[in-house]
Design a protein around this ligand. Structure first.
Ligand code: DAT
Ligand code: MG
Length: 143
């Protein structure tokens, strides 16, 4: 397994629920390091562009409404197999189908407000990290 980086977002429902620390603990306890982070309140343009792949889906407008409804916490996670590892830590898209002990099972209730985003593959990880961070904003561990 290679060391990878992935883009993670703690969505407005989980930020509003005061869950940033609990969610960060899930990442850290399961072998992922936070190597960049910022809190932002996304504009409709930013949220729409970030989720452009879902533009034709029936839930797109509601997704943009939700993602702009409050601040989000955006981070880059680094570690062995980070992209897939983060997806496992997050759980299934629909919290009702998410495995016990995952973020979505424990902290979300509905598919449209499901607490976290995580890149779904190496290509999306690269483009999503570049969407939010310049390369000099990433801080790999030096010790
Ligand atoms: P994921 O976030 O697990 O990668 P996705 O990429 O299929 O899931 O969808 C992106 C987001 O869109 C998802 O986190 C929540 C929303 N979404 C997906 N399917 C939905 C649905 N059937 N109804 C409402 N929102 C949905
Ligand atoms: Mg996705």
């Amino acid at each position: 397994m290679a060391v990878e980086r992935t883009l993670s977002i703690i969505k407005p429902d989980a930020v509003a629920g005061n869950l940033i620390g609990k969610i960060y603990s899930r990442f850290e306890d399961q072998g992922l390091r936070i190597v960049a982070a910022k809190m932002m309140h996304l504009s409709r343009e930013q949220a729409g562009a970030f989720y452009a792949v879902h533009r034709e889906r029936p839930f797109y407008n509601e997704l943009v409404d939700f993602m702009t409804s409050g601040p989000v916490m955006v981070q880059v996670l680094e570690g062995e197999d980070a992209i897939n590892r983060n997806r496992v830590i997050m759980g299934a898209t629909n919290p009702g189908e998410a495995a016990p002990g995952t973020i979505r099972a424990d902290f979300a209730e509905t598919v449209d407000e499901n607490a976290v985003h995580g890149s779904d593959g190496p290509e999306t990880a690269k483009t999503e990290i570049e969407f939010f961070f310049k390369s000099d904003e990433l801080c790999p561990r030096t010790r």
